[in-house]
Design a protein around this ligand. Structure first.
Ligand code: ATP
Length: 338
């Protein structure tokens, strides 16, 4: 996508958006509700017409000032949020809907259903299937025409946690096995990190940062990105040259900033606590499995309270009311803001 602009009435919904997906790559469009993720997907699909810009799929211009290819001629597969299976057709008929005219349609459908582990449900009607089974049928249908690009809009929303985790895994391995490029819309950062080769984080119709999950998580370009990708802890500090002094130790800044007060953002796992002296007191411990979230109260020392993620085996050694001092495990914070 090149320089895409799109407005609904007076409201600009996509602002100068550029996006490239490599062959076989999974890109996740991630961002808060209303930032333009679905609209971007619909532009790729040809369901929404941008005001300007161009769209190219596998070397073919499908949209620009003079071209506007119909959705069915764009070599794309679209998996809608609600799966949109035809209720009056069987599973096999749903999957074969777009390829009926092909001589080998029946064997293609069988192969696709086997691939998504739905072979034994070929003659079932959609309403007799669970949400997860419907999702797999919809995926098989989207793949039937061998798309160059697969578009998935919130494919795992509305499923319970266990099924969601299972389907994420199977969809990811299926997409990688087939090697189709895919663009997936999600507002769930963890899901994007799990599924994506690269994440495009969107805000107000723009891509704020495009990169691997680790790049966005560890090297966010701004505070919005840092907070969207995961928990952050704010530490107050004083900067002198490139060194920032905080209660948790010293951090290094990439560039020299004017001396004075700064806020240092770090991930909870980048701080460790050991019992002993310190300005914080241990508060409540929230057991969440392998890790425990530990509240640290700093108000007696005039410090904002923080919550750290501590391996449960270590957290059991911490006692309520005990004084502690968090220590930074690395000298590079996520961000330093003035
Ligand atoms: P969500 O996660 O809530 O689905 P999103 O990031 O996918 O959000 P879009 O659905 O792309 O966002 O919508 C972006 C903005 O455009 C929203 O403010 C939405 O209300 C508006 N919008 C979307 N489609 C239309 C339309 N057909 N007419 C007018 N406004 C629209």
């Amino acid at each position: 996508m090149r320089s895409i602009h799109l407005s609904f009435g007076d409201t600009a919904v996509i602002n100068d958006l550029d996006l490239d997906a490599r062959s076989g790559e999974i890109i996740c469009l991630l961002g808060p509700s209303g930032c333009g993720k679905t609209t971007t997907l619909r532009v790729l699909a040809g369901l929404e017409r941008p005001d300007s810009g161009s769209v190219e799929i596998d070397g073919q211009i499908v949209y620009d000032q003079s071209v506007d290819a119909a959705p069915e001629s764009r070599a794309i597969g679209y998996l809608f949020q609600d799966y949109a299976l035809f209720p009056h057709l069987t599973v096999a008929q749903n999957v074969g809907f777009g390829i009926q005219e092909q001589a080998n349609a029946a064997s293609e459908v069988r192969a696709l259903l086997d691939r998504v582990h739905m072979g034994q449900f070929a003659h079932a009607m959609p309403h007799t299937l669970s949400g997860g089974q419907q999702q797999r049928v919809a995926l098989a249908r989207a793949l039937a025409r061998k798309p160059k690009l697969l578009l998935l809009d919130e494919p795992f929303s509305g499923l319970d946690t266990a099924l969601k985790i299972q389907l994420r895994e199977s969809t990811h391995s299926l997409l990688k096995e087939i090697g189709t490029s895919a663009v997936i819309v999600t507002h769930d950062a963890e899901e994007a990190m799990f599924m994506a080769d690269r994440i495009a984080l969107m805000r107000e119709g723009r891509i704020v940062q495009l990169g691997t999950p680790a790049q966005l998580y560890n090297r966010p370009v701004d505070e919005f990105t840092a907070r969207f990708l995961g928990e952050v802890i704010e530490l107050q500090g004083q900067i002198n040259g490139v060194l920032v002094t905080t209660v948790a130790g010293e951090f290094e800044c990439d560039t020299e900033l004017p001396s004075g007060a700064v806020t240092v953002l770090v991930r909870p796992e980048d701080l460790v606590v050991t019992p002993g002296d310190g300005p914080y007191r241990i508060g409540h411990r929230h057991f969440i499995g392998s890790h425990t979230l530990v509240d640290l109260f700093g108000h007696d020392a005039g410090l904002p309270d923080i919550q750290l993620s501590v391996p449960t085996a270590k957290a059991v050694l911490l006692e309520r009311g005990q004084p502690v001092c968090p220590k930074a495990r690395c000298r590079k914070p996520l961000l330093i803001t003035q």
